[in-house]
Write a protein that binds this ligand. Structure first.
Ligand code: CP
Length: 654
């Protein structure tokens, strides 16, 4: 099986360690200046469709040092790419001339396409702003050489984190090796969402953000920072205050500062005018940074002063020099001139092409011919350039649940950019439905069968000639009388549980939870009973499993009383997985600033019997077990003009 290096995730940690051991040997060989013939008779093609000094020349030096030959396309104008030749054809042709291909290309995801069509190993020497895995190898090698280990190091990554491909590969690798990271982006140059999600999904590492405008330490001109969490996930520790506290602790020990230039070639008109973080001359004089090394993938522009070059902590030229032994080791490994990689199964075995989905789900690829997926949203994606033969292709990465809408998050197979699909369809039946939780299983089945279509919006499905699925069968599980009885039961149980209703406060989760709380409060207050105050909670901003699809939606929290020392009863209409209630708990304990309640209980009209978290409702109107593939609609007369609970299958399948 031909192995490629397209993403740093194509190599396991033990394989990277094995490359380092080989690089040590190669460095000794270079020091002795002894002739080497390990790759005699082999040819490497270097295709550089973007400028390079270090990567191209160090690869070529590595091949020459190993006794091999080099053929080269040194710039975009000097190959038939300038006449419009596709990457697929380039791969097929150059595979006949060379034993390994090293390519740099301006399109995100270009290296993956080349690897898909080449018969020889392909090495990604930088594809647009996507990845630069061999730079990461020498960055990790530098850290290990200078610090003896990578695990436990604190590394600050600074500058253009949005477009810096070296950062994208390096951040993922550092987390894998157990380093702790501080991200110090320039304004509007934060890491792309897909990288944050990759760190979260693949490595369980959800970043924390804090504003730090005006803070000055190793670099100047910062607006915000991000941290990797240092301990096990603590869902209540994501406040800005906690992040700043941890930042303060981490500042005491920064092992490496990794500086990058602004990638002007990837910014639109007017881009790059915002203040950019720069390394200040004086910063390293702080005794805390006595041992902090400074790294840079180079070239530098003005973010790193020349005065720093003589400082023994500056390692960027040494870092560049390591490019030769590291790339010698990589060439030996991929050309199998030596058994370097441990014999364990490869990370992405069997089929050539893209790796399994990053969150570990089966790597089902959905491919968008005939408008049956959205285009890749990344204007620099290779699918935009090579559209004649390369349709958009995605994996299902995650599901997002918004207040009003749900979405399937798709990840581009080539460039990792994300797009949200709010409607799903069946390719054979040419029907579509709005995507929501009950459609998850069905959509997964269609994907496995190769029949899933995904649309950014229902209008796109209609434009592609799809008709809506008819709604599935529905059944009324609670009549108006039964709903009223269930609410009365809730009121009775709450009264039984609280001898002193004067200490109780009701919080309804918008929208029907508020109505429910008011109905229960009215029953308890009837005939001179205690009037329990009712507040409204909009938990959407506290949900960590969603990102707002409708960010302009008004916040609906209205709690005109304190909670300190009170017994709080949280109301919701339906208890399903427990995510809403968990978010409401978070809001109460951390977000509202209304004091610490003595206890929080949960009251729901309908308990569907599913659990994702160890949260149990205390008061249940009716337990109504339902399948995950069903929708439950609670209708209350104040909100809906009618009163019932209905269970419905989302679609009637043909
Ligand atoms: N670090 C790096 O990729 O340098 P070049 O652009 O000069 O290859």
């Amino acid at each position: 099986m031909t192995r490629h290096l397209v993403s740093i995730d194509d190599l396991r940690n033990d394989e990277i360690e094995a490359l380092f051991a080989c690089a040590d040997e190669m460095a000794d060989l270079l020091a002795k200046r002894e002739p080497c013939t390990l790759l005699a008779g082999r040819i490497m093609a270097t295709l550089f469709f973007e400028p390079s000094t270090r990567t191209r020349l160090s690869f070529e030096a590595a091949m020459h040092r190993l006794g091999g030959g080099v053929i080269s396309v040194p710039d975009a104008a000097s190959s038939s790419a300038a006449k419009g030749e596709s990457l697929a054809d380039t791969a097929r042709v150059i595979s006949q001339y060379a034993d390994v291909i090293v390519m740099r290309h301006p399109a995100d995801g270009a290296a993956r396409v080349l690897a898909d069509y080449a018969d020889v190993p392909v090495i990604n020497a930088g594809d647009g702003s996507h990845e630069h895995p061999t730079q990461t190898l020498l960055d990790l090698y530098t850290l290990r050489k200078e610090k003896g280990t990578i695990k436990g190091l604190t590394v600050a990554l600074c500058g253009d984190l949005r477009h810096g491909r070296t950062i994208h590969s390096l951040a993922a690798a550092l987390v894998r090796f157990g380093a702790e990271l501080i991200f110090l982006p320039g304004r509007d140059l934060e890491m792309p969402d897909h990288l944050s999600r990759r760190l979260a999904l693949r490595h369980g590492c959800r970043l924390r953000r804090a504003r730090v405008s005006g803070v000055q330490f190793l670099v100047d001109r910062l607006d915000a920072l991000y941290l990797t969490p240092s301990g096990p996930p603590d869902e209540f520790a994501f406040s800005e205050e906690a992040t700043l506290r941890e930042f303060g602790e981490r500042l005491e020990k920064i092992d490496a500062l990794y500086v990058t230039r602004v990638q002007r070639e990837r910014l639109g008109a007017g881009g790059g005018d915002a203040p950019y973080p720069v390394k200040t001359d004086a910063a390293l004089s702080d005794p805390r940074y006595r041992e902090t090394i400074v790294m840079h993938p180079l070239p530098r522009v003005d973010e790193l002063p020349y005065a720093l070059d003589a400082d023994p902590r500056s390692k960027y030229f040494k870092q560049a020099a390591y490019g030769v032994p590291i790339r010698m080791a990589l060439l030996l490994a991929l050309l199998e001139a030596r058994r370097i990689f441990p014999a364990a199964p490869a990370l992405h075995p069997a089929e050539p092409g893209p790796p399994a989905a990053p969150d570990g789900r089966a790597g089902v690829v959905i491919s968008g011919r005939d408008g049956a997926t959205p285009p890749c949203p990344n204007g620099r994606c290779v699918t935009r350039r090579e559209a004649l033969y390369l349709p958009p292709a995605f994996r299902i990465l995650a599901r997002e649940r918004g207040a009003a809408s749900h979405a399937l998050i798709l990840s581009c197979v080539y460039c990792d950019a994300e797009v949200a699909g709010t409607a799903v369809g069946h390719l054979g039946q040419r029907r579509y439905a709005r995507y929501d939780a009950p459609l998850e299983e069905l959509a997964e089945r269609w994907a496995a069968e190769g029949a899933l279509a995904v649309f950014a919006a229902e209008a796109d499905a209609q434009a592609a000639g799809y008709r809506p699925f008819p709604p599935g069968p529905s059944r009324t599980v609670l009549s108006a009388e039964e709903v009223a009885q269930a609410i009365a039961d809730l009121a009775r149980r709450i009264a039984e549980a609280h001898a002193d209703l004067g200490r109780v406060r009701f919080l309804g989760i918008r929208t029907r939870g508020v109505t429910l709380a008011r109905r229960v409060a009215a029953l308890l207050g009837a005939g001179g009973g205690t009037a329990v105050p009712v507040g409204a909670l909009d938990v959407f901003e506290f949900r960590d499993d969603t990102t707002p699809l409708d960010p302009g939606a008004p916040a609906g929290t209205d709690v005109p009383f304190g909670l300190e020392g009170h017994a709080v009863v949280l109301f919701d209409d339906v208890f399903y997985r427990g995510r809403t209630v968990r978010a409401a708990m978070h809001a109460i304990t951390h977000g509202l600033g209304l004091g610490r309640p003595e206890a929080v209980q949960v009251a729901v009209l309908v308990d569907r019997g599913h659990r994702e978290f160890p949260i149990e409702p205390t008061f249940v109107g009716r337990a109504i077990p339902t399948s995950r593939r069903e929708r439950v609609f609670v209708r209350l007369r104040e909100d809906d003009g009618t009163e019932e609970v209905v269970v419905q299958a989302p679609i009637a399948e043909a």
